[in-house]
Design a protein. Sequence first.
Length: 393
Amino acid sequence: MGSAHNNHAYLLYLGGVFTDDIIFSSPAVSPAANRWQKGLLRALIDLKNDVRILGHFPEPLWPKGRFRINGSIGGKVPDIPGEMANYWNVPSFRSTSLAVGYKRIFQATYDTYGPPACLLSYNLYPHTAALARYARKQYGVPWVCIVSDAPDPGPQRDQHDHILHEATGRVFLSWKCFSDCCHFPLLHLDGGVECLRFLPNVVSTNRKKNAVLYSGVMNQYGGVNLLLKAFELIRDTSIELWLCGKGENYDIRRAVQRDARIKWYGFVTDEHLIDLSERVSAFINPRPVILPASTGNFPSKILEYFSYGKPVISTWTEGLSPEYKEVLTVLEKATPECLAQTIQNVLAWDAATRQEMTNKIYEFMNSRKLWSIQAQRLKNWLDTDVLTVRSAL
């Protein structure tokens, strides 16, 4: 069985990390979630951890998506080993089918490599919770749940938190969820970047455009409508607003038609996003303050923004840890008027003010938010707080 292999040497990660073509073609794959997971897993592997993936290709339910999903269709990131489950993508049966598919692959992985040191799941789903229960009952494998998106408060959230109590350990991206959790062990790990694309103490001469960039989803959760309303109040013809991300809505189409300063790029490749990010003067995170969803997750785009060393204008949501007040330019009020004024104020900063902010961002990111640092924090926590619990049982 697995005894010939390094027992307890590998981490089994329940989630999916996909290539760009899958992200472009599948509406069910979140670019932000994909980037986050890819960053963490590659950093863990770089630190000489043995990591395997057990996941599936998410698609909208049939008939919008395919009736049956074959796990061997390709599209998984090739440098992270693992298997993808087959499942029936039909209403009322998908969850059960996924649980069966995951259990089958887990058993095959166990038979080949022995028991994993730990199951790490990205978010809590019925099929991952079912596998975690099975792995613990049959083989004593501990389960750590990484909570990226908690459901809104209500019965669904209560059920989510009830199952979460069963985990051996919990990792939260949202500061609010981390602060509210009273079950230990737990870790706050909101995200990271693979590298910084700027140096401190170097005055940027690459300000080709007096533009601000919003990159993310084009729906109510991203706050793009607040941004469009704010931009209507900006009269300066030299200021441009650049938008890119998945989805589109009527408000965006109308705004682009009415105002030549607003550029709509759609969903772009990583290379194109880097090019746009290097050319703008500032970034915007207008996530709505009043939406319950904004407390249960962390706007990971903020860290991507910071990797360029430029000002980031943001609303303040409870998913953010207090440390971000050091480096974000936070709106005093989440109103179009306040956002419009703040954009203009930031774009008018002199070189010394911009340089001071760049240096602050460098220190913040380089000491805390590189994926190499975050992955090491996670591994240290697993070794000291989670896997020791298992060995003591």
